[in-house]
Design a protein around this ligand. Structure first.
Ligand SMILES: Nc1ncnc2c1ncn2[C@@H]1O[C@H](COP(=O)(O)OP(=O)(O)OP(=O)(O)O)[C@@H](O)[C@H]1O
Ligand SMILES: [Mg+2]
Length: 234
């Protein structure tokens, strides 16, 4: 589904991502884990087309998308749920969800996606007229994921969905990510919460100082001393 090869990204000449190679096979959940400032968000934003790349190749379904602008990557099936959620705080829950479908045309299909999102997150149906900014942190995260799903992605990228939310919401969010995946959406999940992310991932990558330093199955990485070292070394 997604192949990233030798990705390099910098900000004003300062390198942030130096060597990222990763694959998200169709139908899988892949985790990218690492501590603060190691290049996780930069990697996701580059895949989404929001950060220019210095080098490397990003392929979706076998074809290079390096030259494809961000909004067209959405049409190709890439959807990013950004770090910090980036909701429209003064718009309603429903309006935020509708904006997630901005690139789509068919009203019946959009309505079907909305119904699916409401099935996964019933609180969003109950609160559809509430202003997004007045929802709790966990509810806002559900809304951000719901908005990402309204683009009907083939690959959903989630940047720290457990950030700033209560433990019971984290569990709910991770379970729902698994349900979304079971419905055929491939997942690239960025987390600092190593255990939570690797517990649901088929495969994981550890990023440190802009480089992938380790990879393996979720259970392999959880058992690895190197993972602990990579984390302690931060
Ligand atoms: N817009 C920007 N301008 C300049 N430097 C940036 C910008 N965004 C990120 N960086 C730098 O790039 C590096 C990687 O940042 P990035 O946000 O990708 O890390 P991260 O792994 O997502 O961290 P966190 O866990 O804190 O979200 C950091 O050194 C950061 O300061
Ligand atoms: Mg980040």
């Amino acid at each position: 589904m997604l192949e990233v090869r030798d990705l390099k990204v910098s900000y004003g000449g300062v390198p942030a991502v130096l060597a990222v190679d990763l694959d998200v096979p169709e139908g899988k959940i892949v985790a990218l884990v690492g501590g603060n400032g190691n290049g996780k968000s930069t990697t996701l934003r580059a895949i989404a087309g929001l950060n220019a790349t210095d080098a490397g190749e990003i392929r979706l379904g076998g074809a290079s998308i390096n030259e494809v602008p961000a909004h067209e990557r959405v049409n190709l099936g890439l959807s990013l749920v950004p770090e910090g959620r980036r909701l429209f705080a003064r718009l309603s829950v429903l309006r935020n969800l509708q904006l997630g479908a901005y690139s789509r045309q068919d009203p019946d299909e959009i309505a079907a996606s909305l119904e699916q999102v409401f099935t996964w997150f019933p609180i969003l149906r109950e609160r559809r007229t509430q202003l997004a900014g007045t929802m709790s942190g966990g509810e806002q995260q559900m809304l951000a994921i719901g908005r990402g799903l309204m683009a009907r992605p083939k690959l959903l990228m989630l940047d720290e969905p457990s950030w700033g939310i209560a433990p019971r919401f984290v569990t709910k969010v991770l379970e729902t990510i698994q349900e979304i995946n079971a419905r055929g959406v491939s997942i690239l999940l960025v987390e600092q919460n190593l255990h939570k992310a690797l517990a649901i991932a088929d495969h994981g990558y550890v990023i440190q100082s802009g480089r992938i330093v380790l990879e393996g199955s979720g259970s392999e990485l959880l058992a690895s001393d190197d993972v602990r070292k990579a984390y302690l070394g931060l």
